[in-house]
Write a protein that binds this ligand. Structure first.
Ligand SMILES: C[S@@+](CC[C@H](N)C(=O)[O-])C[C@H]1O[C@@H](n2cnc3c(N)ncnc32)[C@H](O)[C@@H]1O
Length: 251
């Protein structure tokens, strides 16, 4: 079996992302409001799925990395919520999920692992296909600012004690090569960003309509910032399509 990208940093992932906590409460709120069950695509180590289960909402988590799923399984056991966390090995573009649910989430920029528009559209369409009528897809992505690129490009920065991260930005292809390492583990991954209007086109092509686009997890409206938090709903025949300013509607 081929190794998944995150397998080699499965034990490093939680210490690396320990300071990323701002999104957890937001996704837990969405999960509780939906009534569950929730499908989290690219569930990773359960950083968000386990708090959702702790709030009493069942989660089906899909990830392509056995190593990440193993860490998630241990986390769920430690928190006493294993019965609410159903972890499945699979690709988010073709998730091994027959259930239809009120909420699908793809947190922490995981969609940026999709290399091009076609793969992003496939992933969004697969996520939309898991929703019950009226169900929602919530995901977050980013698009870097010029200042962020200038400050970090090509530099090894100590993100957490003993954990170093390096960003190599290619603005032409809109690709970030992100490297991470500690004494024992290392990985290099590509993230492919898009503008908000481009995401809007893909969301609509997946048969969804945009209910809200936030600029941060406190639900402030997006206004050209780096972070985009999309709340999308299965398209109802009666509601008009809401588009982000500047977005073309043709996919
Ligand atoms: C940035 S982590 C996010 C993990 C988790 N959602 C969180 O918020 O901490 C990205 C995850 O996406 C998974 N992943 C990447 N490509 C995938 C694919 N094609 N199908 C399923 N999982 C994928 C990786 O294995 C990794 O666990």
């Amino acid at each position: 079996m081929t190794e998944a990208l995150y397998d080699r940093i499965a034990r490093l992932y939680d210490p690396w992302s320990v300071s990323v906590t701002e999104d957890i409460g937001f996704y837990v709120e969405e999960a509780v409001a939906s009534g569950g069950p929730v499908v989290e695509l690219a569930v990773g180590t359960g950083r968000i799925a386990v708090p959702i289960a702790r709030a009493g909402v069942p989660v089906i988590g899909v990830d392509e990395s056995p190593g990440m799923l193993s860490v998630a399984r241990t986390y769920a056991e430690r928190e006493g919520v294993s019965s609410l966390v159903d972890l499945r090995l699979g690709d988010l573009r073709d998730p091994p999920v027959d259930e239809r649910v009120p909420l699908v989430t793809i947190p922490f920029r995981s969609l940026l692992h999709m290399p091009d528009d076609d793969q992003k559209r496939r992933a969004l369409t697969a996520a939309a296909g898991l929703l019950q009528p009226g169900g929602r897809l919530v995901f977050d992505v980013f698009s870097p600012s010029a200042a962020d690129i200038e400050e970090t490009d090509g530099l090894w920065l100590e993100r957490e004690q003993g954990i170093f991260e390096r960003a190599d930005w290619d603005e032409r292809s809109r690709t970030l090569v992100l490297s991470v390492r500690d004494r024992e583990h290392s990985a290099r991954m590509e993230l492919h960003w898009l503008s908000a209007p481009e995401w809007n086109v893909l969301v609509e092509a997946a048969g969804l309509e945009v209910e809200a686009l936030y600029g941060w997890f406190d639900r402030r409206s997006w206004s050209e910032g780096e972070d985009q938090i999309w709340v999308c709903r299965t398209r109802s025949t009666r509601s008009p399509t809401r588009t982000v300013p500047g977005a073309s509607t043709s996919a």
